[in-house]
Design a protein around this ligand. Structure first.
Ligand code: APR
Length: 314
């Protein structure tokens, strides 16, 4: 595999994503940028110096960018751009409370992405995720299939981990799915979740299932409360890197992600977490999977909430 991936925002999430993408040798070049003078360059040197130890060849390039657009020419020729700039939550804060601050960051960065990496597939990870993905699509003017948010890979990884730990089984025997928002309107989907192929509801009782889905919904906040400064980035960066690799490798992997709906699940005109097939063009198609009646109702409700929030950002 060859090509170039650029990560905007060299904070915890962005730098770890760049590191993961460099180590897997899936791209010729990984670019890392940040507005803090020298941070991206320093981290790029540090990540690049892992090469002889870990054994990979990816070139890692760091660049300081100015808010007016200086330095963004480094994005030219990117196949994939990961937008990871913006502030994280502090304990007790909802992702929604980041909206005003991070909308300004996303508007600024998205305009530069459109200018310098007009052919890229854009993966947004900045929170509040669903709103920032919709905003990035609007500002770039990219086709919605080329602007995708990372939420569902992480949320379903958290769900799978909690299930595996509860039952004392390997995570590899667990499959879970979460849809809806990457936030309060998240829709964990037990009907599509299995342990060794058996429906989740057959292997845990109703109370345990409720506790597992609730912990999944609040899984990010649990980590923020423990860390006290900053939010999760190890599993989030693994999720973003998995999406970037699926896109660059044109693999057709089906992953849950925040994508634009045009009638799938009876829902349209909103960015919402759904399973998508990923390839070099971005979202090849939204995958419609059968849902229980209550799950479809929750997804429809999440769509209504998000459509309204996304419209408010116009
Ligand atoms: N362009 C580039 N980088 C920027 C910009 C900008 N306009 N504005 C801020 N940054 C950089 C900061 O300088 C910092 O290095 O974004 C980085 C954010 O890093 P952290 O504070 O460590 O936050 P992180 O944990 O990486 O989270 C980033 O991802 O999960 C979400 O909620 C989280 O929205 C947050 C984002």
């Amino acid at each position: 595999m060859a090509g170039k991936v650029s990560v905007i925002g060299a904070g915890a999430y962005g730098a770890t994503t760049a590191h993961r993408l460099a180590e897997c040798d899936a791209f010729d070049t990984v670019v890392l940028t940040d507005v803090v003078e020298g941070r991206a360059e320093g981290l790029a040197l540090d990540i690049g110096q892992c090469r002889p130890i870990v054994g990979f060849e990816t070139h890692v390039v760091g660049r300081t960018t100015g808010r007016g657009g200086d330095g963004y020419d480094v994005l030219a020729g990117s196949d994939v751009v990961v937008l990871a700039a913006g502030v994280p939550r502090t304990p007790g804060m909802s992702r929604q409370e980041l909206l005003d601050t991070n909308a300004a960051v996303v508007r600024d960065a998205a305009a530069q992405i459109a200018r310098h990496a007009a052919g890229a597939v854009l993966i947004v990870v900045t929170n509040p995720l669903d709103e920032m993905t919709a905003l990035a699509q609007r500002v770039t003017g990219f086709p919605p299939s080329r602007v995708i948010g990372q939420g569902g890979v992480l949320d379903s990884a958290r769900f799978s981990t909690f299930v595996a730990d509860e039952l004392g089984v390997p995570v590899s025997s667990v499959r879970t799915l979460t849809l809806g928002s990457h936030g309060d309107a998240m829709v964990p989907v037990p009907s599509r979740s299995t342990v060794d192929g058996r429906p989740l509801a057959e292997v845990v009782d109703a109370d345990a299932l409720d506790a597992l889905t609730e912990r999944t919904r609040t899984g990010g906040g649990e980590i923020v409360a423990l860390l006290k400064t900053g939010s999760a980035y190890h599993a989030p960066s693994a999720a973003a890197a998995a999406m970037a690799r699926a896109i660059a490798g044109d693999t057709g992997a089906v992953l849950p992600a925040c994508a634009w709906l045009t009638g799938e699940y009876g829902i349209a005109d909103v960015y919402l977490g759904v399973p998508v097939e990923l390839g070099v063009t971005g979202v090849r198609r939204v995958v419609t999977t059968p849902l229980a009646e209550s799950e479809l109702a929750a997804l429809t409700e999440a769509a209504d909430t998000l459509r309204e929030r996304q419209a408010r950002l116009r």
